[in-house]
Design a protein around this ligand. Structure first.
Ligand SMILES: C[S@@+](CC[C@H](N)C(=O)[O-])C[C@H]1O[C@@H](n2cnc3c(N)ncnc32)[C@H](O)[C@@H]1O
Length: 300
């Protein structure tokens, strides 16, 4: 990603919308997807959709729009993720508001939602707990699939809890959800059929290996978890038994195959009778674990 720069003369002098977008893409050549980023930012500044960009391609652009566009292109060129610039991110077909207080929802995390939906038919889930809710994306996605269920989302960050609560309200899920500031289970009561967690799992020493978009912009509390990245899950596993129903489902995300192995080992020790399922992401990489406490249908 290139360093910050002064206003691009090519954007300032662009004779049309299409030329402005081309100039934006050129200024974003350090990005992995310059053309796409450039178009998304143009749509954001103009508050229009894809179709309008095509229809208006040859139209001239006002100086005010060019200034606004140059400003967001500059932010992106400095590494700021698109979602923080536009303030929104799609997840599970829903639009979430995001701020720099929350991790940007990743499409790979949708496999956690799928893992629950594929194991629990509608009507079989009453209470869901989302640990480290961030934007609230996992909880809201699940509540949209289980309209009869109630969900609790907790996060150690008060600012994140405010974003999650706002997202639930915007998505019409306020009546199904409650959010609280909590150090994992600290302020949680009762037992849950489903406990889901995308806890921080990046080893502290891996900061330098992260792209700037992540390391410089996303909250540290959402990313890092001790020397091996598993500190958060060790904390969670210590208490999880007390908050799962006897046939509950625990679904978690991790980052690397080695972490997956270590987590499966820990889980096998704590819940020797549990059934461990591997969750794969869109690229067919191991991404999570689904622990079924007492396998449904195998009770004595
Ligand atoms: C990787 S982010 C996941 C956010 C969201 N669930 C998602 O999938 O996009 C981890 C979240 O855990 C929260 N967190 C970190 N430590 C925590 C703790 N001790 N108790 C509760 N939440 C914590 C962070 O603030 C962050 O929002």
């Amino acid at each position: 990603m290139q360093k910050c720069r002064v206003m691009s003369p090519e954007i300032a002098e662009a004779p049309s919308l299409e030329a402005m977008i081309r100039a934006g893409a050129k200024a974003l050549s350090g990005s992995q997807s310059p053309r796409l980023d450039s178009r998304v930012l143009a749509k954001h500044v103009l508050s229009v959709d894809d179709a309008a960009l095509i229809v208006r391609a040859a139209d001239p652009v006002t100086d005010e729009t060019k200034r606004a566009y140059d400003g967001v292109v500059m932010r992106r060129a400095c590494g700021e993720p698109i979602a923080y610039i536009t303030g929104v991110k799609e997840f599970w077909g829903m639009t979430f508001r995001v701020t720099r207080d929350v991790l940007i929802p990743r499409s790979d995390s949708e496999c956690l939602v799928e893992a629950v939906v594929s194991r629990r038919p509608r009507g079989s889930v009453s209470r869901i707990l989302d640990l480290g809710t961030g934007s609230g994306c996992l909880l809201c996605a699940l509540l949209s699939e289980y309209p009869d269920a109630a969900g609790v989302g907790v996060d150690i960050s008060g600012a994140a809890v405010a974003v999650a609560r706002d997202n639930a309200a915007r998505l019409g899920l306020a009546h199904q959800s409650a959010f609280a500031v909590s150090d994992w289970f600290e302020n949680v009561d009762g037992a849950f059929d489903v406990v889901i967690a995308n806890a921080p799992y990046i080893p502290d020493g891996d900061r330098a290996a992260l792209v700037i978009d992540v390391s410089e912009f996303e909250p540290d509390s959402a990313l890092f978890a001790g020397g091996d990245g598993l500190a958060a899950y060790r904390d969670i596993f210590r208490s999880a038994c007390d908050y799962l129903t006897p046939d509950g489902l625990l679904v978690i995300e991790f980052g690397t195959p080695r972490q997956g192995e270590a987590l499966r080992e820990m889980i096998g020790t704590i819940w020797p009778a549990g059934e461990i399922g591997v969750i794969r992401d869109l690229a067919a990489r191991d991404r999570g674990i689904a622990l079924q406490l007492e396998p449904v249908g195998k009770k004595d």
